[in-house]
Design a protein around this ligand. Structure first.
Ligand SMILES: C[S@@+](CC[C@H](N)C(=O)[O-])C[C@H]1O[C@@H](n2cnc3c(N)ncnc32)[C@H](O)[C@@H]1O
Length: 341
């Protein structure tokens, strides 16, 4: 069990008492039945992987950007996200979604930024205090929300121009979505490499871990007839991708998926700048898990072109995966690999 779920268990007495509670972004391994006396465990997750893990154990969990407006909540339990802007967004929403007497509990690992979280709580609530601190985790309680206007996440959408294209592609971003305001250096090397490749007129393409949608939308500019599928595990990323597509007047299937798990069919091309940080742990294992079934998703002659941080030393592992691996480009920091079916 993760340290955070162990910490939540430690708070069981506190969390079992009191009014109906909405859990926001609970860890996927939360032993939720321990907190649920009346069959009323309610949860909402911005992460498809955690939501699916909890659903697999029978919990009712909604997935999306933020819960729909409902009558004010009496208590919210929020897991501290790693990204400060995403925390701000969650707390702004919480301050408007809680009733006047409601309580906002914020829990997370100290290394996820718990110290600055205390300051951020004060910006959105009149009263806040630390309740407990153990197992490298901390729990805060806050009352008396300062928010008085309805909070609309669509107003958080921001756009930045991808100048690699003329006219520039307007790329949408939401708090916590990868590469805010500018193209990631690894993604740039991947796009520059893709620009030198040839593709059939109507390829079926998967943008795996699409983030803001920058890779898939760039590709659609080059091959407008492509059948594009864009997947990510983050609801915020999927919303940003939809906004990027809309701004570009492009069309794609946008899908919540844990890696290739929820993807159907085979592809001529899979493009990816895969995730290698989860929380604060560098996780080559995550990418290894995501790409393990890769060959089952490539058509004969199909290719996967992906960028990876050079120090992760992906080459040998990718060779085990495909047998046909070429390095198409490299810098001191990144390598672009091509895996063929
Ligand atoms: C390095 S970012 C790349 C984003 C975008 N393609 C770009 O180039 O800017 C990796 C993306 O993978 C997503 N991701 C993380 N874990 C995932 C999983 N299990 N399944 C699918 N996507 C995941 C993250 O949400 C993030 O958007």
């Amino acid at each position: 069990m993760s340290p955070l779920s162990q910490f939540f268990l430690r708070q069981r007495a506190e969390l079992q008492r009191g009014p109906a509670t909405l859990w926001l972004n609970p860890p996927g391994d939360l032993p939720w039945r321990e907190f649920d006396h009346s069959g009323s465990f309610l949860a909402f997750s911005q992460d498809h992987v955690s939501a699916s893990a909890l659903r697999d154990t029978g919990a009712a969990v909604d997935f999306g950007v933020l819960p729909q407006a409902a009558s004010p909540w009496q208590r919210l339990v929020i897991t501290l996200p790693r990204e400060k802007q995403r925390l701000d967004m969650l707390l702004r929403w919480a301050a408007t979604a809680l009733g006047e007497d409601g309580e906002c509990l914020l829990a997370g690992e100290i290394r996820a930024g718990a110290k600055s979280a205390a300051k951020r709580l004060q910006q959105h609530f009149v009263h806040s205090r630390k309740i407990d601190n153990a197992r490298h985790c901390v729990l805060y309680s806050a009352h008396s929300p300062r928010g008085d206007q309805e909070f609309c996440w669509q107003q958080q959408l921001q756009y930045w121009p991808l100048d690699l294209l003329t006219p520039p592609l307007q790329v949408a971003s939401l708090p916590g979505v990868f590469a805010q305001g500018a193209l990631d250096a690894g993604s740039q090397l991947l796009l520059e490499t893709l620009a030198q490749q040839s593709f059939i007129e109507r390829p079926r393409v998967l943008d795996l871990g699409c983030g803001s949608g920058v890779l898939g939308c760039w590709f659609l500019r080059h091959r407008p007839a492509a059948e594009m599928v864009m997947t990510d595990s983050s609801a915020l990323a999927l919303a940003a991708t939809r906004a990027t597509l809309k701004a570009a007047r492009q069309h794609a299937q946008v899908l919540a998926s844990d890696g290739l798990r929820d993807v159907q069919g085979r592809f001529d091309l899979i493009i990816s700048n895969p995730p290698f940080h989860v929380g604060h742990q560098e996780q080559k294992q995550l990418s290894q898990r995501l790409f393990a079934p890769l060959r089952d998703f490539l058509k004969p002659g199909g290719r996967c072109i992906m960028v990876a941080n050079r120090h992760l030393n992906y080459h040998r592992w990718l060779e085990q995966l495909s047998g046909h691996v070429h390095v198409l480009a490299q810098t001191s920091r990144f390598q672009v690999f091509c895996l063929s079916a």
